[in-house]
Design a protein around this ligand. Structure first.
Ligand SMILES: Cc1cc2nc3c(=O)[nH]c(=O)nc-3n(C[C@H](O)[C@H](O)[C@H](O)COP(=O)(O)OP(=O)(O)OC[C@H]3O[C@@H](n4cnc5c(N)ncnc54)[C@H](O)[C@@H]3O)c2cc1C
Length: 397
């Protein structure tokens, strides 16, 4: 079978299926995993899966940071939003690791499994069909164009999914009032390791601790990046410095240091058609709120391997079998997106509109009753309906 896309969903799904004895080829259009910043939060639910797979120890041997609390500043008030230290998981922290490092790790693990093949610089261009059934993909690689037949095509090609377009599937656009500008600031002496959000003067800045620097996200109104650029780099640096309580932001040397994430929240009405299944961002692009996109993509991958490894060993799964993935993962996807939309509409949108924002009563209460900080930690760190690895190694199956 063929998986299009070597992101978190594709790599995890490929690894699990190959481990279960299903011959898998993962196609990745890039030559390496070293790309722009694309988020690097590995949540406790994903760490739990790595533990179940027996690969947590080598994973944590790679450079990473461990963050146990999510904190914020509303105006001048410091608040703690989530406390991950009481989660019912092996690791009670979020691991921050660049996404390319995580993918490189997964590729290294997967390459030890004989049934796994990773083809880099190989781009899926479209699907092959017999009647209404997808029977493979057309690809372009350095050796030219070719057609790959497959029992099943899994589209894990991300939020700009080409295969989604080619299949003409209906997408529900749930809307997002914001875009995000990502950039780095150096860590200053005395600054503590935490996820830190700062809301002030109609602006939202989130800082993610990355050892010797902060990965920062400035939230802006949708479509206004050209206006920000028109105001000039100095104005941008000043804005950032004021929000981050610094005397400057000289480390932002040019607009090349600032990456735009066009925020999208959408989902497919149907995640499958005969011979093809969509998972991860290709099935549902998530808002960056909570930093859950990678982890949701991985949860889809685990559910897919759990439900399809059996049929895939001997035949093409039926459409009814493919639909089971959506039935299993639709609730966590919808629930997470609903929460993200609520926060977008009730917290972020009013701030961007310049309205005064007060600490929500529940957050204020959680400062006096810290046990309440465990609830958001659970939602962010573990999520709704966490998956567990149920597919065994082929040799012991
Ligand atoms: C700037 C930014 C910041 C983010 N921050 C966070 C964060 O902090 N935490 C978090 O959890 N999520 C974050 N996200 C979201 C997160 O990156 C995604 O939700 C997650 O990577 C989805 O995984 P995926 O495997 O479904 O898709 P992707 O990660 O998008 O992977 C798709 C892969 O398919 C490849 N591909 C695409 N088209 C083709 C093709 N035609 N043929 C072959 N290969 C193809 C791509 O090169 C890519 O490697 C962020 C995203 C961005 C852009």
């Amino acid at each position: 079978m063929v998986i299009c896309g070597g992101g978190p969903a594709g790599m995890m799904c490929g690894y699990l299926l190959a481990r279960a004895g299903v011959p898998v080829t993962v196609l990745e259009k890039h030559g390496d995993f070293l790309r722009d910043f694309r988020g690097d939060t590995i949540h406790p639910s994903t760490l739990e899966l790595l533990n179940e797979l027996g690969i947590l120890e080598p994973f944590l041997a790679r450079p990473h940071q461990e963050v146990r609390f999510a904190e914020g500043e509303l105006g001048d008030e410091r608040i703690r939003v989530a406390d991950f230290t009481h989660l019912p998981t092996h690791c009670r922290f979020i691991a921050f690791m660049p996404q390319w490092e995580f993918l490189d790790f997964m590729a290294g693990q997967a390459r030890t499994v004989p049934a796994f093949t990773l083809r880099m610089r190989t781009e899926a261009l479209g699907v092959m069909r017999e009647g209404d059934r997808v029977t493979g993909v057309e690809v372009r690689s350095p050796s030219g164009e070719e057609r790959l037949h497959a029992r099943l095509v899994i589209a894990a090609d991300g939020r700009q999914s080409v295969l989604r377009d080619r299949m003409g599937l209906e997408v529900q656009d749930l809307g997002a009032p914001m875009d995000v500008l990502w950039f780095k600031l150096r860590l200053r002496p005395g600054e503590s390791p935490a996820v830190l959000g700062r809301i002030a003067r109609g602006q939202v800045l989130v800082r993610l601790y990355r050892g010797d620097y902060w990965q920062c996200a400035l939230i802006i109104r949708k479509g206004t990046f050209p206006d920000v650029q028109r105001d000039g780099l100095d104005a941008f640096r000043n804005r950032v410095a004021t929000l981050a309580h610094r005397d400057g932001a000289e480390e932002i040397e040019s607009w090349n240091d600032v990456k735009l994430l066009t925020v999208k929240v959408d989902r497919l009405r149907r995640w499958s058609a005969p011979g093809i299944l969509f998972i991860g961002d290709a099935a549902h692009a998530m808002s960056p709120i909570g930093g859950v996109g990678i982890n949701l993509a991985i949860q889809d991958a685990v559910a897919t391997a759990n439900l399809l490894a059996g049929p895939l060993r001997s035949r093409s799964p039926s459409l009814a079998e493919l639909d089971r993935i959506q039935r299993r993962r639709a609730f966590p996807t919808r629930a997470t997106q609903a929460l993200q939309l609520f926060i977008q509409d009730h917290a972020i949108d009013p701030v961007l509109a310049g309205k005064t924002v007060f600490t929500p009563w529940i957050v204020a209460l959680a400062q006096r009753l810290p046990v309440l900080q465990r609830i958001p930690a659970r939602v962010i760190g573990v999520g709704f309906r966490p998956e567990h690895v149920r597919v065994s190694l082929f040799s012991t199956a």
